[in-house]
Design a protein around this ligand. Structure first.
Ligand code: ADP
Length: 727
């Protein structure tokens, strides 16, 4: 039993052992499987590692090759500022310095540059330079820096700190671009010199062309005033107009070339804006009259008149805009409006618009017309003369003055060019002539006979602000009816009535209301000289109207009617150009060109003057001492001594301090004119001389200014003293 029990235990043990063996075998088998699996994974991992290795190697190689292909120096430093990597271009600067290799510190590289004389330190001590370069790397933003090596290479250092603390340094070779830049500067200097030479050439040429043109235009102008048959008149007027057109073209080209060279300067001075606009309109009135275009000025009643700006340039822009409006309009009107927009203490934003009823401009051309040499019509179908420069020049002038210019237009309806300028308000220099006189209190009601709605409403507005009532009529019958029904203190008749003859109306009014003063608003003054001669009209006003002239004329007409005698011709006749003590006014004209002297003498022929000539500045000074003239006209450029120097000499004499000296200058030489004014000239007159302007200057600047009358006053037609240039 014991043996059996022992045998059972052994058996059981053997079974348990055998179970254990089976279990362990199974585990072993599992382990083997796992080992086999792991081996597979391991092989894959090592294969992947190998692949990754070769990819990394390839990337590294690519990076190095890429870095090597850069012709600029490239280097990477770690956060301890030790060199990690650099390309050959970087190292090449340090040929002969083997220590410059991977691992070298940035400070050591700088020391080699400074102490071994590689870099041009431009006078800085090496230690200081190194320190400055190291400090640069510590700034939050490392700014680029130019560096010049003594071997002639120039570089631009561009360093960046990357987020992991490394530094990347790019050293751009700028040797060639610096050379190129130097060449460009040299070329620019040469181009500027050439542009300056071109400007000087153009200024000289235009002066040279202008001198004979003065003869052509001046003589043709005088010729048109002589007795001519109709064919001769056409020839003379053509010569004058073509000459004037040529002068305009020369001026345009010159201005344009000046602007191109950035040489257009402004010469601000006090001027009367309303009068300037009116003068331009007056100058263009003959052209408008030829086409029966009504020229109208609407100057805001509340807008100041005196501003500080360059009046010559303002006039140039206005001449271009109004001239274009007249040129491109066949019938209707040209209306110039000046309104104040914003006003500060000493400045006023002024909008000036020039509106016409002409051919208009299609929208696709509205920007195009402000560019140089751009016209709506092309050369093949041009009906109108012009260079295509006027608007481009006007735009640049307005922009130079800080303003803007614009266009609104509809083809077939008309155009409206506008410009806005912020102008400094100035005080009037000549208050007496600048403001309209107050209307006499006895003027309570005016009858206005005009069929032009805009002109009428502008006059109505002025009368309204003067608290004068207006009655309006567009034809004779209603006008006469009104005269019969109401008390009228004054009648204003528009010469250009479409359905009635204005002269006939004037006759009927004289009959209906004898003694009632009337004023004719005339576009053709000459025609009305004849009517005046027959006693039909006593008072006439030239159109376009300037309100202050209207007011003056009304005062004269009312004063005249009160005395109930025929209107006296204004006291001064053209040949009464005398000053205080009734001796003849002594005029000295210094001019080297014989034709110009002749033109001048012919222009002042009708005036009772004592005229003296000098052919250069030196002679002008001698003549001044000899004859002591009352007024001097001085050409700017003359041989031996120019006008400026002559003026300075004359001003040095005690009796030469106040004598009025008027410079005669080509428009081209405006800068020169500014110098002339600073040299003591009182005013300038542009060549070619126009008779009206010359006489205006004489009236204005003679020691005892007198209103200079044109021939129409001889007819008994009393004209109020016009402040316009055609007075
Ligand atoms: P120009 O008058 O000498 O040709 P501008 O520069 O003054 O040169 O004008 C450019 C062009 O703009 C003109 O040729 C014309 O086609 C157009 N233009 C200018 N003003 C007017 C206008 N008031 N009405 C119609 N077209 C105009």
């Amino acid at each position: 039993m014991e043996l059996t029990a022992a045998n059972d235990r052994l058996k059981a043990h053997a079974f348990s052992l055998s179970d254990q063996i089976i279990e362990q075998r199974a585990e072993l088998q599992d382990m083997r499987t796992i080992a086999e699996q792991l081996e597979g994974v391991n092989t894959q991992a090592s294969q992947e590692l190998q692949i990754a290795h070769s990819v990394a190697n390839l990337a590294d190689m690519r990076l190095r090759e890429a870095v090597e292909t850069i012709t600029d120096g490239f280097a990477v430093f770690d956060s301890d500022q030790k060199l990690v990597l650099a390309n050959q271009a970087y190292f090449s600067v340090f040929d002969g310095f083997p220590e410059v290799t991977q691992g070298i510190g940035y400070n050591r590289i700088l020391e080699i540059c400074a102490y071994e004389g590689l870099v041009d330190l431009q006078g800085t001590a090496p230690g200081e330079w190194v320190q400055r370069m190291l400090d640069r790397w510590h700034k939050p933003q490392i700014t680029p820096l130019e560096m010049h090596f003594v071997n002639g290479i120039s570089v631009r250092l561009m360093d960046r700190r990357v987020p992991n603390g490394d530094y990347v340094s790019l050293v751009r070779n700028i040797t060639r671009s610096l050379k190129y830049q130097a060449q460009l500067i040299e070329a620019q200097t040469q181009a500027e010199a050439a542009a300056q030479a071109k400007s000087a050439f153009l200024a000289n040429m235009s002066h040279e062309i202008r001198t004979p043109m003065n003869g052509v235009v001046g003589m043709a102008d005088l010729l048109t005033e002589t007795k001519l048959d109709s064919e001769q008149r056409i020839y003379a007027e053509t010569i004058r107009n073509s000459g004037q057109a040529l002068v305009t073209i020369i001026n345009d080209i010159l201005d344009f070339s000046k602007m191109d060279a950035g040489k257009m300067d402004l010469y601000p001075e006090n001027f009367d804006l309303e009068k300037t606009i009116h003068e331009v309109l007056t100058l263009l009135a003959p052209a408008a009259r030829g086409k029966s275009i009504e020229l109208i000025l609407d100057y805001d009643i509340f807008l100041p008149r005196h501003f500080k700006a360059d009046p010559g340039r303002v006039r140039q822009v206005l001449t271009n805009l109004i001239g274009n409006a007249v040129k491109f309009t066949e019938t209707g009107y040209v209306l110039v409006r000046a309104v104040g927009v914003n006003k500060s203490d000493d400045a006023q934003l002024v909008h000036i618009t020039v509106e016409d009823t002409g051919i208009g401009i299609a929208p696709e051309y509205s920007d195009h017309v402000f560019s140089e040499f751009q016209q709506v019509e092309d050369a093949t179908n041009r009906r109108f003369e012009g260079t295509g420069l006027g608007l481009a020049i006007s735009k640049r002038i307005i922009e130079l003055m800080g303003g803007t210019i614009w266009l609104e237009s509809e083809p077939g309806i008309g155009s409206c060019f506008g410009c806005s300028l912020n102008l400094q308000i100035a005080v009037s220099v000549d208050a007496n002539h600048s403001f309209p006189p107050p209307l006499p209190p006895r003027l309570q009601q005016v009858l206005l006979i005009s069929d032009h709605l805009i002109s009428r409403s502008i006059l109505e507005r002025h009368f309204q602000s003067a608290r004068v009532r207006t009655l309006t009529a567009t034809q004779s019958i209603p006008a006469l009816r009104l005269l019969g029904q109401q008390t009228v203190d004054l009648v204003l008749i528009d010469q250009d009535l479409s359905s009635d003859d204005a002269a006939q109306i004037a006759r009927l009014i004289e009959k209906e209301a004898p003694g009632c003063p009337s004023i004719m608003m005339c576009s053709a003054m000459a025609e009305h000289s004849n009517l005046a001669a027959t006693g039909v009209i006593r008072h006439a006003l030239p159109k376009p109207l300037l309100w202050r002239d209207v007011a003056l004329s009304i005062c004269a007409a009312l004063a005249d009617s009160q005395t109930d005698t025929p209107a006296p011709a204004l006291p001064e006749q053209p040949d009464n150009f005398r000053h205080g003590d009734h001796t003849r006014l002594k005029v000295l004209y210094a001019e080297d060109n014989a034709t110009n002297r002749l033109v001048f003498s012919k222009m002042v022929q009708g005036l009772d003057l004592e005229l003296h000539f000098a052919v250069n500045g030196r002679e002008a000074v001698e003549k001044f001492v000899e004859i002591v003239p009352d007024i001097i006209f001085m050409d700017v450029s003359m041989p031996e001594m120019d006008g400026r120097e002559a003026t300075q000499h004359i001003r040095a004499f005690t009796n030469g301090k106040t004598v009025p000296i008027i410079a005669l200058t080509a428009h081209a030489l405006q800068e020169e004119t500014a110098k002339m004014l600073s040299a003591g000239m009182n005013a300038t007159l542009a060549k070619p001389l126009r008779k009206a302007e010359l006489i205006d200057a004489l009236s204005r600047h003679s020691p005892a200014p007198r209103a200079l009358q044109t021939d129409r006053t001889n007819t008994g037609l009393s004209c109020s003293e016009s402040t316009g240039s055609n007075s």
